[in-house]
Design a protein around this ligand. Structure first.
Ligand code: ATP
Length: 525
């Protein structure tokens, strides 16, 4: 059973954070100095999971597409890059302070949280009705129920005002909206707010020895610009024709106003981005293609019920269409990935600011033009949080005495799990450790393994469950006679006996990443 079914959502989230620390997934940065807000370090299991997520993304995007190639651009870029991209002038969030609690908030998030409460009320009505009627028609109920309609109207009106103040950058209107909704500071309950003002999220630092304004460089707030400025270098050196894509994984930095929710919103984080260059006029076709492809990728890891699209009404200055893939985190549905049709804004702007042509020669049409771009952009850390919050579960399992026991288990998809196989001698003597080490020496060539002989076998299984290890290989006294071992499956708890010679093949088969895609395809069929 999922933890979220047995525990309050806030408890699940706290549990997840402490589990991450206890089992070496994530530590607060500089913890011995009381930490640095919204900065985290990945521990021994965390780094493995993170690497596996990145590899899974890279395989699906680069390895599986002959027209997508990789890039690893530097974090520092020429300062004019950020002028051209619009980040110097427009990469800001609306900020508001509460005068009593001295707490700082993002004005849009305060209103979004208010909207989420209305959404919750609607969901509650739907769930109540679902229990009452056998042949429940959700669509019909939402269209006809008075209370739902009232709440939906309220939601739409507020959302419209939010979009308006955001689009018009109307900071006064923003404050009026917050006052009209009587939004109070979540910390103090006070409604004593400052004015709303824009706050630029870019970190800056000095380049070289002289600390003058001219030497100011920025820590990149997104990886995409490294791809745009290298567009022609990559296209020419790889002789790609449109449409083609450039993929990149790397760090990004944002001086987020409110750093909450663990690794959901960090000041230093990692992005996996792909810019797909297309002929002008073809961008909508590819926008829909990438929306569907990215959703399919997520569906290989999560049930469809935990995923949804959110199409943007307010578009960024560079976009003509945008959608988020939202995931149901313990604190509600939130953005996990963005898919944006970025038009030719970035390339054109870099062309203007650099004075260099960034055009593609279309040999069929015999003309030069600036391509349009469709982008997919996902945070590695947010993906990590999504994986773990879905994986962490608590369930009743049979114990050795014929009763039941509670186990905490991380059902991380085997392909992504930090440790794939634990090799466990039943006891730490009588030749079993030697045999187990032989198996370890064999299997370590194909995947990340762990050898463990401390504590009872039951405790060792629990430890591996908590880490999320999908397979345990147990070496017992019979192994010395028949060269066979027991292979335990983390999720089904099934134990099968098989010859050591078949172990590597069996495990490799289970770790084959194409299986995930086949399973997803089977669900769709
Ligand atoms: P949000 O609205 O949550 O601030 P965003 O729309 O600004 O996100 P994008 O600029 O589209 O985000 O960035 C693409 C992806 O990068 C996001 O979908 C998210 O997964 C990730 N991301 C963005 N900001 C952060 C952050 N501060 N910490 C962790 N991941 C982030």
């Amino acid at each position: 059973m999922y933890l979220c079914q047995t525990m309050k959502k806030e408890d699940l989230f706290k549990r997840l954070v402490s589990h991450c620390k206890e089992y070496g997934y994530i530590f607060q940065s500089s913890e011995i100095y009381d930490g640095l807000s919204a900065v985290y370090d990945y521990g021994p299991y965390g780094v493995e999971l993170k690497n596996n997520i990145k590899q899974y993304w890279w395989k699906a995007m680069v390895q599986m597409h002959e027209n997508i190639v990789g890039l690893d651009a530097a974090i520092f870029m020429h300062p004019t890059v950020w002028k051209a991209s619009g980040h110097v002038d427009a990469f800001s969030d609306p900020l508001i302070d509460n005068k009593d609690s001295k707490k700082r908030y993002r004005a849009d998030v305060l209103v979004e949280d208010y909207l989420a409460k209305i959404e919750k009320k609607i969901d509650k009505e739907v769930e109540k009705a679902r229990k009452r009627f056998d042949d429940f028609d959700e669509e019909m109920f939402k269209k006809t129920n008075g209370r739902v309609l009232q709440n939906q109207e309220k939601y739409d009106t507020i959302n419209k005002r939010l979009v308006e103040v955001m689009t018009n950058e109307d900071m006064e209107g923003f404050k009026t909206l917050i006052e009209d909704l009587k939004i109070a500071c979540p910390e103090s309950g006070s409604r004593n707010w400052t004015d709303v003002r824009q706050f630029n999220l870019m970190f800056s630092t000095q380049f070289g020895a002289l600390a003058t304004g001219e030497n100011t460089v920025y820590l990149r707030p997104e990886t995409a610009q490294g791809i745009f400025v290298n567009f022609l270098n990559v296209q020419k050196s790889t002789r790609q024709k449109l449409p083609f894509g450039i993929a990149q994984i790397g760090k990004a930095f944002r001086n987020e106003i409110v750093a909450r929710q663990f690794i959901f919103r960090m000041r230093e984080f990692e992005q996996m981005e792909m810019q797909f260059f297309v002929s002008p006029g073809e961008e909508m076709k590819w926008y829909h293609y990438w929306k569907e492809f990215r959703l399919k990728w997520h569906k290989t890891l999560f049930p469809a019920t935990k995923l949804r699209f959110h199409d943007h009404e307010k578009l960024a200055h560079y976009a003509n269409a945008a959608a988020d893939v939202e995931f149901q985190f313990p604190f509600g549905f939130k953005e996990l990935e963005g898919i944006h049709s970025r038009t030719d804004f970035d390339l054109k702007s870099h062309q203007e600011h650099s004075g260099r042509k960034l055009q593609y020669f279309d040999s069929e049409k015999k003309e030069h033009y600036v391509p349009y771009v469709v982008e997919t952009s996902i945070g590695v850390d947010r993906m990590f949080l999504a994986i773990l919050s879905h994986a962490l579960q608590e369930e009743e399992v049979p114990d050795a005495k014929g009763g039941t026991a509670t186990r905490v288990v991380m059902k991380i998809p085997a392909v992504l799990a930090p440790i794939k196989v634990a090799i466990l001698p039943l006891v730490g003597k009588s030749g079993l450790p030697e045999k187990a080490r032989e198996i370890f020496a064999d299997l370590k060539w194909i995947c990340e393994c762990q050898y463990d002989e401390k504590d009872s076998i039951g405790r060792r299984y629990r430890r591996q469950d908590a880490i999320g290890t999908p397979f345990c290989v147990t070496v017992d006294f019979e192994t010395l006679e028949d060269n066979a071992v027991t292979l335990r499956d983390r999720d089904t708890l099934e134990q099968v006996r098989l010859p050591i010679s078949e172990l590597a093949g069996k495990i490799s088969e289970k770790l084959n990443f194409s299986n995930l895609w086949k399973e997803e395809a089977a669900v769709e069929a």
